[in-house]
Design a binder for this molecule. Sequence first.
Ligand code: ATR
Length: 286
Amino acid sequence: MPEYNAIKEINALLWCNYILMIKKYAVIGNPISHSLSPVIHREFAQQHNINLGYEKILAEEGSFKELVKKLVIEGYSGINVTLPFKLEAASLSDEKSINVELTKSANTLTFRDGKIISDSTDGIGLVNDLRKNNFSLDDKNILLLGAGGAANGVIPELLKCSPKKIFLWNRTLRKVEEMKAYWLSHYPEKIEVMNTIFLENIDLIINATSSSMSSSSPPINLTSANNELVCYDMMYGEKTPFIKAAEDLKLINFDGLGMLIEQAAASFKIWHSLEVDTKIVEKKLR
Ligand code: ATR
């Protein structure tokens, strides 16, 4: 049956071409099993009828650089990077966005023309989620809790939104003083450290600490908050002690799922130059 064989060969060829045409992406971290990024990126891709592969890859500490090289060779188009590899991702890139230069941290790598191009979309993810929830940062007093990568990573985008002031607080004072000195050298005047918690004039608190991983109490006491205070926790999943405390005081509060989806949308835009409907995806995931 020569005709039948020819059809089979053509089908196989078409299938190979289809596989080769699918753009491959991944998210790398440790741990990684909890990551929602593959689901989110596939939802975005469906909105535009794009075929893409997006997988989770667990990397052992010390193996990140080699893994990235391997993915480049295997023809991946880009990766998202999560803890604990964001600093390494920034340092191995050939071209860095301004936010990566400032925060020294990257969550989006694009492999193009033999180069690794890095971006950091966490800040824009946070700001876009607040916007989506009708919260404007313009002329607002923000209290940012934490002095680790999560807190530092969002400062440039917060400052772009013209807040009145960003107050920094951290359990360990030395770290927050260093953080303030660093950011003041880039953005004079807008940043202050809050030693004693004073919430009367604060419009928004962002919890960027990892306290909910180790403690059943919120990182700070919210009882002196004014009624209008908005509380935002970068964590998502189970309700954190910070969100529970905000709920007990009947304060408007948001968890970090919206930020996660918005930072993914910003990565998707970098890779595919396409806007997506994030509200539908958030509704599905909640
Ligand atoms: P990430 O990259 O997620 O920011 P990190 O760099 O380890 O992680 O930073 C964790 C942040 O959460 C730090 O600001 C840490 O405070 P310290 O600098 O004092 O360690 C903060 N943090 C962790 N557990 C906390 C807790 N139980 N209460 C208050 N802050 C906490």
